[in-house]
Structure formats: C-alpha cells, structure tokens
Design a protein around this ligand. Structure first.
Ligand code: ABV
Length: 248
C-alpha cells in the first residue's frame, strides 16, 4: 500500500512513523508512506497556504490552489481515495479502517481546524473523515491515527502477534483481563483457570470475561456484536436486557 500525506507540518510525522509496527511494516515493504509539504506548491514568495475568510470572521482558511496543485502532482491517472481530515467528516471506526486497508493507495489532506476552502471538499476530496468529536488543531494527528489503524491491518504487519481479526473492536467486544508472570504479585494471585492447562475452560473463561467487560463498560457495543446463542444466554444471566444484532 502507498499512503501520501499532504500537510503544512511534515516534521510532525517523523517519530510516529519511525517506531513500532509502522516502522516494521515500512521496512518489510508492506507500506510506502510519503509526506509532502503543502508550501512546496505555494506560488507566492511567502509560500502562503492560507488566507482570511470571505465575509469576515476569525481564523484562517486553507487556500485551494496549493492543495489542488499538490494532489494533481501526486496522484496520476488512477482514481484513488482523497481523504480530507476534518471534524465534519464521517466518524473513523474499525470498520472504516478495514475499508481503507482494502485500497492500494490513500491520499490524506490535513486540514486545519478553522477550515479549508469549500471547493476542496466539493471538487477534490472523495471522502471526509473525523477521528472523534473533539477539537484538534489540524488533521495531522488524525492522519497518524488512521495510518496506524490501517497499516496494522495489512497482511504481515503484526508478525508474531495475534491476528488483527481477534482484536477488540474487530470482534465487536472488548477483551477481558490479561495476565503475565509472576502468578502472585503483592498477594494478588491470577485466576486459577489460567494455570489449569485446560484449554477449553480457558477459552470459555476468556469469552465470559470479554462479555462481562463489554457489558460493564460498553453495553452499546453488545447491540452490534456477533454473538452465539451461548454468548446471549451468558449476557442475559449477567443482567443484559438490551437488544442483539440480527444474525447473518
Ligand atoms: C481535522 N478534528 S479530525 C482537522 N476530529 C482539524 C480538527 C480535526 C480534524 C478531528
């Protein structure tokens, strides 16, 4: 996969993309990430990328010309997703990450909070995404969050680790508690079942813990989760009175 990122702050991307899973995925050739400084497509001597809003009011608005010129220089013939990061976009979820991971290329435009010229969303962007209902200063951190969530879904990106398909949110449930050595720490022992060597009992315990934790913390997720009849019986025993999703 190739990911292109247009930003006025390319230096923000260096450390996050040079560590951990993204670094390894880049080294393995699973993803090729390029950041571009929008100022390189500004045409005036001050390399201006924003201007005051028509009609007055505060804040600066990102100008259309450098963004159109940059996108036209970076993408060639093919139709590729041109994703504007904006608080007005559709909410980013694991499902959106899975959708983006199926593309061969992605191009992110990092807007600033005050806004971008409307002609960019009308005539250039093919998608608009927000990472949550809170205010960021610009789209850069959103582009990093989305890149991380997408890259770890690429086949081979997780190496030894558990398949991404088993993660919280991918399964539609939160995970239950995890433990590692020592078996007793400051008088706190781990649950006995985990050292029993009884794999079926461990699997059942984990599933019940995941259901319990989701019920306690994110009962809204239970209405959408893929659940067996046994899961549903356990949840009813635990006091869940809400709806379940249709099975497929
Ligand atoms: C993009 N907030 S996405 C640009 N949740 C500025 C703010 C912002 C985004 C999001």
């Amino acid at each position: 996969m190739r990911i292109d990122i247009l930003t006025i702050f390319p230096e923000m991307f260096q450390s996050p993309f040079d560590a951990s899973i993204i670094k390894r995925a880049r080294e393995k050739g699973l993803v090729d990430i390029h950041t571009y400084n929008l100022r390189d497509w500004a045409t005036d001597k001050h390399k201006t990328t924003d201007d005051t809003p028509y009609g007055g009011g505060g804040g600066m608005i990102m100008k259309p010309e450098p963004i159109f010129a940059a996108v036209e220089a970076i993408k060639d013939e093919e139709e590729i997703p041109i994703i504007l990061l904006t608080p007005q976009g559709r909410l980013f979820t694991q499902e959106v990450a899975e959708e983006l991971a199926r593309h061969d290329r992605l191009l992110f435009i990092c807007g600033r909070y005050e806004g971008v010229d409307e002609r960019i969303r009308q005539h250039l962007a093919t998608d608009e995404i927000s990472i949550g209902d809170y205010v960021l200063s610009g789209g850069e951190l959103a582009a990093m969050v989305i890149t991380d969530a997408v890259v770890r879904l690429l086949p081979g990106a997780l190496g030894y680790e558990r398949a991404a398909a088993e993660d919280s949110h991918a399964t539609g449930l939160l995970e239950g508690p995890h433990y590692t050595r020592p078996p007793e720490f400051r008088g706190w022992a781990i649950p006995e079942v985990l050292t029993s060597g009884h794999h079926a009992k461990v699997a059942e315990w984990r599933r019940r813990q995941a259901l319990k934790r989701t019920l306690e913390r994110r009962p809204d997720m239970l209405a959408r989760a893929r659940l067996s009849s046994q899961d549903k019986r356990w949840l009813r025993e635990m006091g869940y009175a809400g709806p379940f999703a249709e099975e497929d």
